[in-house]
Design a protein around this ligand. Structure first.
Ligand SMILES: Cc1cc2nc3c(=O)[nH]c(=O)nc-3n(C[C@H](O)[C@H](O)[C@H](O)COP(=O)(O)OP(=O)(O)OC[C@H]3O[C@@H](n4cnc5c(N)ncnc54)[C@H](O)[C@@H]3O)c2cc1C
Length: 375
């Protein structure tokens, strides 16, 4: 039996462990390690933010995983030696025949001075829960959603936040007293496709929300309630909502796996430069959006690559960076984005909807993963 050690039980780690159990039950035993006791979908943070669900509603507990050959350990990874594939945690140590690093992206709040004390965020579960209270008691003034760095998870999520905030204030009858703006470094909401950017800009404009492109936000002056810009100017706010700067977890940078901030991998099979070490999901340097659907698709390719190598075969379907994800447009309508980043000469993306039927599709998407990974 080969011992596969997967670090991180997010979208990538959960799908990989599940697929290895399905396809290689007699050839592989898997140890899946995560510091948390539960997983939650990225998009469920929006449910917490707007009070549709509580934090405990969205938690899927790892102790329910019952795949054959998969051993889940709730431990924090403290050191990785990619040369020897030796992993140290706060609960023990592991030697892997095949090591898969799927530790995701974490947030660097300190990279934006003033943000931790003077802003709110909904990119973490705890942050979304805190922001819910702040938003509920916000009746009038200027809300600025500031994208503080690039790349960041789920490119449409800042705009979903803006559209759903609009709904929230309409429902409370105070929308006229609230200004909502989004500012970020990108030239358009989703620069890879003009058509999708236009659709998002159209939805924002219809609701009186402005997008300020090419704005590099560097710090918050919390006394003056202004965000400072790299260009020297500033933007005033009453409530600052930040999309934090993202980075690889510290344990990954200490391991020497990252180059220029992210982990380089082969496009086709997600292999790192270290033999028998893969990296998968948000942690990689691949030129594509960071989203769960892509992490999941990449995990399937890694499982297939492991199987092909064990059987002395070639990987049949190389990774294409393809997938579809959902985009909340507000008023119960959901759009579906179908993207392919690596399969052709340039990335493509197409927006289907928005419609109420797609909201049901999104529910189904979550339910199938819940059953598959935790069933
Ligand atoms: C508001 C919001 C909305 C989103 N909406 C969507 C959407 O609609 N569709 C979509 O596809 N994606 C969406 N995403 C993005 C999606 O959540 C991520 O891209 C996805 O989770 C990445 O998967 P991953 O497996 O690479 O990393 P993660 O899912 O982040 O998993 C990494 C795991 O590693 C663990 N970990 C980290 N460090 C350690 C350590 N030292 N020791 C042990 N464990 C550790 C973490 O606990 C975590 O469980 C959204 C994200 C946000 C924030």
């Amino acid at each position: 039996m080969k011992h596969v050690v997967i670090l991180g039980a997010g979208f990538a780690g959960l799908e990989l462990a599940t697929r290895l159990s399905e396809t290689l039950p007699d050839e592989v035993r898997t140890t899946l390690i995560d510091k948390n006791e539960s997983f939650s979908f990225g998009f469920s943070k929006l449910d917490v933010l707007f009070g549709h669900k509580t934090v405990s509603d969205i938690q899927l507990h790892y102790d329910e995983i019952s795949h054959e050959g998969v051993d889940f350990r709730r431990e924090r990874v403290t050191a990785i030696d990619p040369e020897s594939r030796h992993v140290t945690t706060d609960g023990g140590s592991y030697d892997a025949d095949i090591l898969v690093v799927a530790l995701g992206a974490e947030y660097d709040f300190a990279a934006t001075p003033g943000f931790a004390d003077g802003g709110v965020e909904y990119y973490s579960v705890a942050g979304a829960d805190r922001m819910r209270e702040v938003v509920t008691s916000f009746d009038s003034g200027r809300i600025l959603i500031g994208i503080l760095g690039h790349p960041f998870k789920c490119p449409p999520a800042p705009f979903e936040g803006a559209l759903l905030l609009h709904d929230h204030f309409v429902e409370r009858g105070v929308r006229d007293a609230v200004e909502i703006r989004v500012a970020g470094p990108m030239s358009a909401p989703v620069p890879i496709t003009q058509e999708m950017s236009q659709r998002i800009l159209g939805a924002l404009t219809e609701r009186g929300i402005e997008y300020l492109p090419n704005h590099h936000l560097t710090a918050l002056d919390t006394d003056k309630k202004e965000v400072l810009l790299e260009s020297g100017g500033s933007i005033p706010y009453d409530l600052f909502v930040g999309i934090p700067v993202h980075r690889v977890p510290e344990v990954v940078s200490h391991a020497g796996l990252a180059v220029d901030g992210w982990v380089p991998v082969e496009r086709t099979n997600l292999a790192t430069r270290f033999p028998d070490v893969y990296a998968v999901g948000d942690i990689t340097a691949l030129p594509m959006a960071k989203a769960g659907v892509f992490a999941e698709a990449a995990a399937r390719v890694v499982a297939d690559d492991i199987a092909a190598r064990l059987h002395g075969a070639e990987l049949e379907h190389p990774y294409e960076g393809a997938g579809m994800c959902y985009l909340e447009f507000g008023s119960g309508a959901v759009g579906k984005v179908e993207a392919n980043f690596l399969g052709g000469p340039k990335p493509t993306a197409r927006l289907v909807g928005p419609s109420r039927e797609l909201a049901a599709d999104k529910e189904m998407f979550a339910a199938t993963r819940r059953d598959r990974w935790f069933g």
